[in-house]
Structures are given as C-alpha cells and as structure tokens.
Design a protein around this ligand. Structure first.
Ligand SMILES: [Mn+2]
Length: 324
C-alpha cells in the first residue's frame, strides 16, 4: 500500500463520490465483521464527503455485529429496497455475484465503485480500489480517510478497527502486519475500544451457536498424517454460526489445512482454511468459489458425501506441494 497509490485512489474516490448525490453502499452475502464494518464506515465517509449513502444488504446482519454504530440504518428487505440512487459502492465483495440479489437493483450502465482486498477481485467496477496487501477492507478505508483528512470520530474508529480485528482473527493470521497494528493503534487513540470490540465480536456467541460448534467438533476427522482436518454441521434456518467456526480445526497442532461442510438448500457450502504457505484459494477457484490464500470458500450443488473426498484430495495435493 504505497502512499502515492493510496493518494491517487483516494482522490479518484472523492471525485466519484462528489459526482453522485445518492450512493447505494453494499457488501457480500453472509457478511463477516469486515463486511458490515466496511459498509457502515464507507457510508459515514460518503456523508463526510457531502453525498448521501443508502446502506443495503441481501440478508440479515449477524447478531454479534448489531453493536456496530449505524447498523440500524442498513436496509435488509427488498420490499424497502431503494429505487433512486446514482451509483453503487460495493465493499469487501470479491465479485459482483457475492453481493447476491442486491446486484438486481443496479441499472445497466450505473457507475459501480469497488473497494476490496481480495487478490482475485476481477475489477468489476468502473472505479476499482483493490489492495490485496491490506489486512481488511477497513484498512483501505482507513488509509483513504487519513489521506483525505476526513475526521475520524469514535464511531468511525470503532468500525474501522472492527474490520481489522475480525479479518486478522484478533491479530493472529498471516495478514497481520506492522501496518495493520499502526492502523489499530491510531484507531485506538481516536476512540476505538479494543476490549469492548473483542468482547462483542469474539465473546458474544449465542448458546445455540456454541452448541453448533459441539455438533461440528463431534465429527471432526483428521487425516493425511495429522495435517488435514474436516468437519460438517447441520445448518438450521435462522441459527447463527460462531464467527470462527471454520477455523477451529487449525487449532489442532500439526493441522495445516481444513474444510468445513454445510448443507444448505440442497447444496453444500464449503469453507477452507489453512496455515502459512499452504494456500486454499486455488482450490476454491477450481470449485467455482474464491477468497484469500488462507481463507476461501465455495458452494456446489452436490451432497457433502460426494464433495468431501474430492476436497480432501485437493487439500492433500496442496499440502504436499507446499511442504515438500
Ligand atoms: Mn475482508
């Protein structure tokens, strides 16, 4: 994230925002902490630039993220979908498909701004601000806000910090950089409360989501010399998952790659996680999905029992490639 690159992109962003009166801000379906925080932070920044932001999301806001300032302003019902807006800003969405049915609200030719940190983002916007080296999309927004001298109050600091702490798994994953810590330090000085935010995002699971964890761990299977782990869960409509469910098998010493399988509407949703040099994003691409090197996923119209051996074989090849 070279300062001159940030400056160029930040100025283009300011120019685009100023040209539009009403901007629809959205993010990916099944949103995580970085997604919701980026959406709300971007909306605040658009207001600070003098334009209007309408927050819209396909699907609900996870209950552990409702504490985020401004979350009540996110429209999640297509019955109340905004009709008049001049442009769309998608944050943390690696592809336009990832914003779900929100894409149907976009008129042909309508300007799209794309701010993201996924390396596989195909630059689907008219303006694309992509920094794969950023730990979170909120880190990019933080750099833009600082460059443009936008006032970062406690609420904006809380949002930007939340994206950082969730996408780095509490500053533990391989994307945890000195620059991410510098941003976190700056945001803490501006009012973000690390303890309150960590409590809210990592320690406010519902009882049923923790029971889902026991359900998943009860069928944890470790194979390939203790390096690969898989587990599956029964998803129940309306029941939430713990924020870091897919990552649990990586807590076993020696496990370097894992997969979580969930059955949903006759399809199987697979989340892949890995450590260090073992990359799972190529596997996700092979199955029609995407993501980051250490965290990726995809959905297939197959039964878990059919897709599971294929995923294990792909993980085995990737592990062998990276460790020998
Ligand atoms: Mn992200």
């Amino acid at each position: 994230m070279k300062p001159e690159m940030i400056r160029t992109q930040a100025e283009k962003f300011l120019e685009s925002v100023k040209q539009q009166q009403r901007i629809l801000v959205t993010t990916h379906v099944s949103p995580d902490g970085d997604a919701i925080a980026s959406l709300l932070a971007a909306a605040k920044m658009i207001h600070l630039m003098g334009s209007q932001a309408i927050c819209f999301l396909d699907g609900g806001i996870p209950s552990h993220l409702v504490f985020l300032p401004g979350s009540g302003e996110i429209i999640t019902s297509f019955d109340n979908a905004p009709e008049n807006f001049d442009a769309v800003l998608a944050v943390d969405a690696a592809t336009l498909e990832r914003i779900g049915d929100t894409a149907k609200l976009i008129q042909p030719g309508q300007p799209i701004i794309n701010i993201d940190h996924h390396a596989d983002n195909p630059e689907y916007g008219h303006l694309n601000i992509i920094f794969p080296e950023a730990a979170s999309t909120t880190e990019i927004l933080f750099q833009i806000a600082v460059t443009l001298n936008l006032p970062i109050d406690k609420d904006l600091a809380t949002l930007l910090y939340t994206g950082l702490v969730t996408d780095t798994g509490g500053f533990r994953y391989s994307n945890t950089s000195a620059r991410a810590f510098q941003a976190a330090c700056d945001l803490t000085q501006r009012g973000a409360n690390p303890n309150q935010i960590a409590e809210a995002v990592f320690a406010s699971n519902t009882e049923s989501s923790i029971r889902m964890l026991t359900n998943a761990l009860s069928n944890l299977d470790i194979c390939h010399h203790g390096q690969i782990a898989t587990m599956s869960v029964d998803t129940v409509e309306g029941r939430e998952e713990p924020e870091d469910l897919a990552e649990y098998p990586l807590r076993v010493r020696g496990v370097v790659a894992c997969a979580l399988f969930r059955k949903k509407d006759g399809k199987t949703r697979v989340s892949l996680r890995s450590r260090g040099a073992v990359s799972v994003s190529d596997i996700a691409h092979t199955f029609g999905g995407g993501g980051h090197p250490n965290a990726a996923g995809f959905t297939v119209a197959e039964e878990i029992d059919t897709v599971r051996p294929r995923v294990i074989e792909a993980l085995r090849q990737e592990v062998e490639k990276s460790t020998f």
